[in-house]
Design a protein around this ligand. Structure first.
Ligand code: DON
Length: 570
């Protein structure tokens, strides 16, 4: 009976019932071995299922993370893929290890600072967003291999099996996939092989029609058979480099051969008794999140009305995103004052510049010109078991369907992460983010990211969360963290109505119905510019409640993902 309870595939499931039964059994003196349970939340039901399939075969949470990552690369090709990269944040309970696997893309050896400028020195956005020049050297395959070999129990080939099956047999496409296809249709159409895979005679395929990716299945098999060499050397590497060079891009075989994942120490800090563990550079996520929280720690947000609360959160975001633009980039290439930016006294100084009666326009922080907003892709998943082992992973090819083309014969969509670099001072990227020298393009440098896979921990609870959303990722994780601090559940964090400020453009972007009419009037009176946005983000969150050893999980209702808690049969 319990088995069938766990097998139900509801969007959100709680383990309360099982925990109660266990507590009852232990009170009555029956000795029970704590069953192994795991919570997974991901952006696609088939990816969540792939994780549980591997757990049932004896895998640990890191094996499950490989299976979920690889499955997402197949069933959510708009968001991430073998041609992209990302960050996996891990915690291993046995030795209390916290580590971030940096599988971020890097610039090719022949890349240079001005590669997206035309002869009059203006940025050509077409080049940094669409086609082969937009693509960084992928880190995702190396990340999968490393995660599986260093942390998993099963073989890489076993962990890739569900993804290979999905690619070979196909899967029905959903409404979200269709919507994202229409966003990039015109770019995808320009490349015959890409159009053949993703479009139906140049049009958006019907909902529920089967998407089969036989070349991608072959590429995954090469990776399964040969490990890293299956992608970065040999037949797949040749095909990737040929495709890029044919289109006028800079990749060489040496670029692929030289790609390495890097294990980094995550960024950590505290907010009102909550320990935060989050992404380190080359993602700005952890630093900007901590700096914002450090500023807000000096304020009692519960003691002010909702207009002032949102105003102060906005002002904190403005200051932290300002520092992002000024200082952050790949720390293997430039000096970054990380310790200062996440220092409590530094934040205290910034918080003393916050006023409750008006905004501080961004132009007074420093003069950089406004740019546009955008972006709706990437992916995130969260996993935790009832021992506290966990993975938060945010993976990306940047824009929906990346650079919009598949390298011939590989099924691999190229990313357009080169746009996350600063192409020219004062020129915003696809998300309107500005920056300077710190994030300028250089050979082998990793472009600055906003991806924010995060763990939150207090005396009672451990949370794992993250989301896609470009520059807005950090503010979404911030709002969810404040909701966690208020004692709410994962279901509540993913539902929080979102608003965002990123220093430039100098405006609050807010979801439809994200601010009340009264808040809009009040925030305007304080001097804020406001802009309503479509609903954004696709947060995936899980939690371990330590007191009763129960797990919970939630998948953002804005997406079509699946959050589930299941018992693993040993
Ligand atoms: O690394 C980054 O910050 C971006 N490439 C992430 C892109 C993203 O989340 C797109 N989703 N809206």
């Amino acid at each position: 009976m319990l088995g069938s309870f766990w097998k139900q595939n509801k969007r959100v499931k709680y383990t309360g019932l099982v925990s109660l039964i266990l507590v009852a059994l232990s009170i009555t003196g029956c000795s029970v071995k704590q069953p192994r349970q795991v919570a997974i939340a991901s952006a696609h039901p088939l990816a969540t299922q792939a994780g549980f399939e591997i757990l049932q075969q004896g895998g640990n949470v890191y094996d499950a993370a490989v299976a979920v990552s690889a499955a997402l690369a197949v069933v959510e090709p708009s968001g991430s893929g073998l041609g992209g990269g990302g960050f996996w944040l891990l915690h291993r309970e046995s030795d209390n290890l916290d580590i971030m696997i940096d599988g971020r893309e890097k610039a090719p050896l022949l890349a240079h600072k001005d590669m997206f400028l035309n002869t009059s020195g203006e940025v050509n956005k077409q080049l940094s967003l669409n086609g082969v020049l937009a693509a960084g050297i992928p880190g995702m395959p190396a990340g999968l291999v490393h995660l599986s070999e260093q942390y998993g129990k099963l073989s890489l080939a076993e962990n890739l099996q569900p993804a290979i099956r999905y690619a070979e047999q196909g899967f029905p496409i959903d409404g979200r996939h269709q919507k994202l296809l229409s966003f990039r249709k015109n770019i995808l159409k320009q490349h015959a092989e890409t159009a053949d895979i993703f479009l139906a005679q140049g049009q958006i395929p019907d909902k529920n029609s089967l998407l089969k990716q036989s070349d991608l299945a072959q590429t995954l098999k090469q990776l399964a058979d040969k490990g890293k060499a299956g992608f970065y050397q040999g037949i797949i590497a040749d095909k990737l480099v040929n495709a890029v060079q044919k289109g006028g891009g800079f990749w060489t075989l040496e670029d692929l051969l030289k790609y390495r994942i890097i294990e980094r120490k995550p960024v950590t800090g505290h907010y009102k008794g909550i320990k935060i563990t989050s992404a380190a550079l080359p993602s700005s996520g952890g630093i900007v999140l901590l700096e914002t929280l450090n500023i807000l720690e000096n304020i009692d947000l519960n003691a002010v009305d909702s207009i002032t609360r949102k105003h102060l959160i906005t002002e904190a975001m403005r200051r932290a995103y300002h520092d992002r633009a000024l200082y952050l980039g790949d720390a293997d290439f430039i000096e970054v004052p990380v310790e200062r930016l996440i220092n409590k006294q530094y934040a205290q100084g910034l918080s003393s510049t916050l006023r409750t009666d008006r905004t501080l326009p961004s132009r007074y922080l420093s003069g950089q010109t406004p740019e546009k907003q955008g972006g709706r892709n990437t992916t995130h998943f969260s996993i935790i078991d009832n021992q506290g082992n966990r993975v938060a992973a945010t993976l990306s090819i940047n824009f929906p369907f990346g650079a919009g083309l598949v390298a011939e014969g590989t099924g691999v969509l190229l990313n357009n992460e080169m746009d996350d670099f600063v192409s020219a001072k004062n020129s915003g990227n696809g998300y309107g983010l500005v920056g300077g020298e710190a994030n300028a393009i250089a050979p082998e440098k990793r472009m600055l990211s906003s991806m924010t896979p995060t763990f939150l921990q207090d005396d009672e609870r451990i949370a794992v969360l993250g989301t896609p959303g470009g520059s807005r990722i950090i503010s979404m994780v911030l709002l969810a963290t404040l909701d966690f601090a208020a004692g709410h559940s994962p279901e509540s964090w993913v539902k929080v109505k979102r608003f965002h400020h990123q220093y430039i453009p100098d405006q609050i972007l807010y979801e439809k119905q994200g601010l009340s009419a009264e808040e809009i009037t009040g925030l305007r009176a304080l001097g804020h510019q406001l802009k309503q946005s479509y609903n954004y983000g696709n947060m995936q969150a899980v939690q371990l409640d330590k007191a009763n050893n129960s797990l919970s999980a939630a998948s953002d209702h804005r997406g079509e993902g699946l959050a589930s808690v299941q018992q693993i049969h040993e």
